[in-house]
Design a protein around this ligand. Sequence first.
Ligand SMILES: [Zn+2]
Length: 147
Amino acid sequence: MWNLLKINEFCRDEMQMREYLIKMGILNNNKICKNCKSDMELKKIADCWYWRCRKVRVINFCKVHYNAKQSIRKDTFFSNSNLPIQKILQFLYMLVKNYEQIQIINEIQLNKNTISQWMDFVRKVVEEWAISSSEQIGGIGQVVEIW
Ligand SMILES: [Zn+2]
């Protein structure tokens, strides 16, 4: 059973959290470099994780450093936010558990604006999911409630 404390403890180990999110299909397990088509390496730079490729190519007798770098959040559920992933997971937990907005503000220090932006985003994601999988969960004459 998950609770806020457990989420906190779990997220303290970044590699464990990352592996879990990969297993859940939320984060990518690898990334191919657009420039040289090889696997990018995972690197932590100033508290953020990046996919990075520093391969050197020789073009017209000149060495070219591509130095491609992109956040591991790019093209994922987390791409539109700068919040720590740990905080986002806590927020999602509280949302699913029907916490009041004031509790979310107090427990994880998110402001009202951020909370409503995240609620809109989550609602949109769930709606899109519900539409794309409506054949499985809905069907004629069935009502699927989304908040
Ligand atoms: Zn590359």
